[in-house]
Ligand binder design. Sequence first.
Ligand SMILES: NC(=O)c1ccc[n+]([C@@H]2O[C@H](COP(=O)([O-])OP(=O)(O)OC[C@H]3O[C@@H](n4cnc5c(N)ncnc54)[C@H](OP(=O)(O)O)[C@@H]3O)[C@@H](O)[C@H]2O)c1
Length: 488
Amino acid sequence: MVEATKTVLIAGATGYIGRRLKDRLLRRGDVCLRLLVRRRSKLRQEVVGRVEVVEGDTFQAEALRQAVCGVDTAYYLIHSMGSGADYAERDRRSAENFRNACVEAGVRRIIYLGGLGCRETASAHLLSRLETGEILSSDPAVQTLWFRAGVILGAGSASFEIIYHLVQKLPVMLTPRWLTTRTQAIAVVDVVNYLEAALYAPIDGSQQIDIGSESTDFGGILRQAAHVMGLRRWLIPVSVLTPHLSSYWLMLVTPVPFSIASALIEGLKSETLIQNEHARLFFPQIEPVGLEQAFRLALQEIENDEVLSRWCDSSDGSVCDLQSQDDLHHAVLRDVRRFALGGRHPQAVFETVCTIGGQQGWFSFNSLWRLRGVVDKLFGGAGLNRGRRVAHALRVGDALDFWKVVDLKPGKRLLLLSQMKLPGTGWLEFVLEPEALVQTAHFCPKGLWGRVYWALMVPFHALIFRQLGQKLLEQSDLSPKKKDFLNI
Ligand SMILES: NC(=O)c1ccc[n+]([C@@H]2O[C@H](COP(=O)([O-])OP(=O)(O)OC[C@H]3O[C@@H](n4cnc5c(N)ncnc54)[C@H](OP(=O)(O)O)[C@@H]3O)[C@@H](O)[C@H]2O)c1
């Protein structure tokens, strides 16, 4: 029997899990989907036409009220990690606001995905995830299904990208002792399977549901990845690698910043094993895939250039409020260059502009860009090895090497916000006029050092930015017809 259409809210629909769940629920005919997002432009036009969108966050009472009004089931896929030192307090307030709004609106069920583990051994980050679950489950007026997952393996997840880069780059790995910590990772496809199945599962009362695949240790996960990637790798345990040192190492070798590396490593020190059998009991139809298949699915997504979401999709602290970040009026220093299109079609040039970065590189002086990336990593910036989600498409919120896409007007404008360590705020803007490509580096310096930095960069800008515009035009002559680069 087909169930009646129900209104379902996803809070956190622009995040790693939220984007995948949104795509899955959009395929169902029995769900009227509403999304609570901090910035509407992070959604594809095609999605906006098929869902209700409420723009706002969990700290805005009116937006929250609108978001939960008439909702049957509300997904809570939000966290504040990366928003600063007070993230735990923000997480508490966010969860309280959400729970209270749901109770007031008569929401039947909240579905929350948090971390796996117990309070006694929890890292600060995990503790915040546990507190969130406790707060959401604390009012009997609304039922909360609280899923708890450890390492999630899927293309674009932070854990997967760390493993992928380590295995790909290092034939011999000196590993810390706690690589023997037991864990139960899970494939992202299974996480989404559980979240989707939870919509209609006949479950009474609030429940914790631990999810995971086979039990192994972190060394086992690395070995399994190497096996699937067809590489021979040697892991040599050493005792000198402290968590701090390991976090620096991960930050340098992989795309994640120090904050995420250290949170993950803190998490690895204690076991993350399933503590209840509720997943099997409530969802007997779901048999999580093993690690080998989880890696194969992730690699397939990468090879097909179809990565749906990445850990860096969501905005961390410094770019949390993207709305204010595309306001260029504060920039007082600019490098503006106009390149005549010379009869080229503006759309073709724009499509080429949208392919910069990642594997493609920056069209000229790639070694200088790479050097800048290494220096940036050493100083704690994003560096270049973040690459891009897919080669042929961009969307607002995408990370692009050490930039973040903050505005994308198809055929007209691409605006990138710098996430390099800089004494100020920088943007790189490409605007297509009917006859010209206008490329501008904007900079809002912070103090005297910001101005000195800009002055020191002027000779490099003269070289790099002049060549960049010219090469983009030349490349647009050569590029084969690309896939519809906005249609992903
Ligand atoms: N990813 C994993 O590997 C993993 C593993 C285990 C458990 N989990 C759990 O899964 C849940 C989702 O994680 P995720 O990795 O998908 O997170 P994520 O990629 O960082 O996404 C977080 C989402 O929350 C939104 N958001 C943050 N604060 C908000 C607020 N106050 N109001 C409204 N929206 C807000 C973000 O919006 P913007 O796009 O505007 O930033 C983004 O859409 C978390 O509870 C996490 O603990 C994840």
